[in-house]
Design a protein around this ligand. Structure first.
Ligand SMILES: NC(=O)c1ccc[n+]([C@@H]2O[C@H](COP(=O)([O-])OP(=O)(O)OC[C@H]3O[C@@H](n4cnc5c(N)ncnc54)[C@H](OP(=O)(O)O)[C@@H]3O)[C@@H](O)[C@H]2O)c1
Length: 265
């Protein structure tokens, strides 16, 4: 595998204060990549920055709530800054909510749309022109296996992740000729703080499908390095996602409904 650090000198990772984003920061730093760490919890980001700083890499902390328009603009501005240019954007920040659409809080569901749809779109739009002009670098968007079928009891979550997947695949095609790589990383169940935030009992997860963040991120970075459009980490996740694509949609909807209902009981 070609090390990402040969091509990528600085990455901006959203949602770097925990879980998959923190693991992206660790793996990229271990390859000598400088980082801009973005999330709301500044102290967590600062601790991680202090831990990961090294002679071959620098760390910046950019505390921001990506559902806030002013904060989002600050992150966009960092991506267009050419003094210490970012050449990899990892759009990872996100959260889950499970339950009946009508029972879940409407404002929080719209915050999810803002975080999963508006923020990655604006950030990709901020960085892509410079990457295209320079003919290198790229974007990793963290979608989900939830992107491959409608997700009853996780309706808005699945819809936002379907957007992330289709946006990524389209940008992959638009930008590949210019030497810019775009990869959608589609994790399945991954043990992080995601389950606590979504009030999902870890015991309700189907254990053969559960991975830790380490192999998920490794697969994502390898796929990005190869210039792959979509990465499904783990055999079970591949089977579930491709199974959804080839099953008649009532079947995949039903399987998804049963899975998500376990989280809401
Ligand atoms: N874990 C899974 O099973 C799983 C499966 C498929 C896809 N994913 C996707 O993977 C991504 C990362 O999730 P994770 O599992 O690593 O969850 P996590 O451990 O809860 O981490 C989520 C990260 O997003 C950040 N974040 C949340 N709201 C934010 C906001 N408004 N502004 C800025 N940052 C915000 C959090 O930081 P602060 O709280 O400090 O802001 C945190 O760093 C998400 O997009 C998720 O949908 C996860």
């Amino acid at each position: 595998m070609m090390p990402v650090s040969r091509r990528i000198s600085r990455a901006l990772v959203t949602g770097a204060s925990a879980g998959i984003g923190e693991e992206f920061a660790r793996q990229l730093a271990s390859r000598g990549t400088s980082l801009v760490l973005v999330a709301r919890r500044r102290e967590r980001l600062q601790e991680l920055a202090d831990e990961l700083a090294g002679p071959d890499r620098s760390m910046e902390v950019l505390a921001a709530d990506l559902t806030d328009a002013d904060d989002l603009r600050r992150v966009e501005r960092r991506l267009t800054d050419t003094d210490a240019p970012v050449d990899l954007l990892v759009n990872n920040a996100g959260f889950g909510m499970y339950g009946e659409f009508t029972a879940l809080d409407g404002d929080r569901q719209l915050d999810m749309v803002t975080l999963h749809v508006n923020a990655p779109t604006r950030l990709a739009h901020a960085i892509a022109p410079r990457l295209r002009a320079e003919g290198g670098g790229g974007i990793i968007n963290v979608a989900s296996t939830a992107a491959f079928q409608p997700d009853p009891y996780g309706a808005v979550y699945g819809a936002t992740k379907a957007y992330v997947l289709t946006l990524s695949e389209a940008l992959h095609e638009e930008l590949r000729g210019a030497g810019v790589r775009v990869t959608a990383l589609c994790p399945g169940f991954t043990t992080t703080e995601f389950q606590d935030v979504a009030s999902v009992d870890q015991g309700a997860l189907p254990s053969p499908a559960v991975l830790t963040a380490e192999p998920v991120v490794r697969a994502g970075l390898d796929a990005f390095t190869r210039g792959q459009a979509v990465c499904l980490p783990g055999v079970v996740n591949k089977l579930l996602a491709y199974g959804s694509e080839v099953s008649p949609s009532p079947v995949s909807r039903w399987v998804s409904k049963l899975t998500h209902k376990r989280f809401t009981a």
